[in-house]
Ligand binder design. Structure first.
Ligand code: GRF
Length: 184
């Protein structure tokens, strides 16, 4: 059973739903996250875990992990979740948390990866699906797809093209994880 964490538009969540992966819970970093509507449209249980409402990140993560575990979540997918998770959260899902990031890691980890790739003048970037560890986008890479950079393009159009690759890669990797076909 899959739990998805979101902070944004939710197009990666949509890609998982389109592939009929068993998403049983969607948790967001704020009530205002547009991705929540996609989950609600499918009657998938949702909850928002706003940091300000907790006594710090640790308490937020304890509550979020407990909510996911109550729903029998065994695999956590960070689909555009823009906050760092504590070791306390990750210990509940050992080797079973995966993230999608808009660059060819280890290049451009962290925020504004698309803008930074453009500013660096590299000729290609891409998308990475990787296991989540305690660092910033530093866990083991499971899949990558390349995207050439077109001269003069904006971060917006480049990110749109990267997302198309993400939407292809993420469901494939998640399906392998669900079937336990990714070597530890
Ligand atoms: C994606 O580009 C993902 O790589 C990054 O945040 C974006 C989320 O997009 N971490 P969406 O909310 O799935 O549309």
């Amino acid at each position: 059973m899959i739990g998805v964490l979101v902070s944004g538009e939710g197009t990666n969540l949509q890609a998982l739903l389109r592939e009929e992966l068993p998403v049983v819970a969607v948790a967001a970093s704020s009530e205002a996250v547009p991705a929540l509507a996609r989950a609600r449209a499918r009657e998938i249980p949702t909850a928002a875990f706003e940091l300000e409402r907790f006594d710090g990140r640790l308490e937020r993560d304890r509550a979020m992990a407990a909510w996911l575990l109550e729903r029998a979540v065994e695999l956590v997918v960070l689909a555009g979740f823009m906050q760092i998770l504590t070791p306390t959260f990750l210990e509940q899902f050992p080797g079973r948390a995966v993230n999608v990031h808009p660059s060819l890691l280890p290049q451009f980890p962290g925020l504004r990866a698309v803008e930074r790739a453009l500013a660096a003048g590299v000729s290609e970037t891409g998308a990475t699906v990787h296991l989540v560890d305690e660092g910033v986008d530093s866990g083991r890479v499971l899949a990558q797809g390349r995207v050439p950079i077109v001269a003069g393009e904006s971060a917006h159009t480049l990110h749109r093209r990267i997302k198309r690759v993400e939407h292809r890669l993420l469901p494939v990797v998640v399906r392998l994880l669900v079937r336990d076909l990714v070597p530890a």
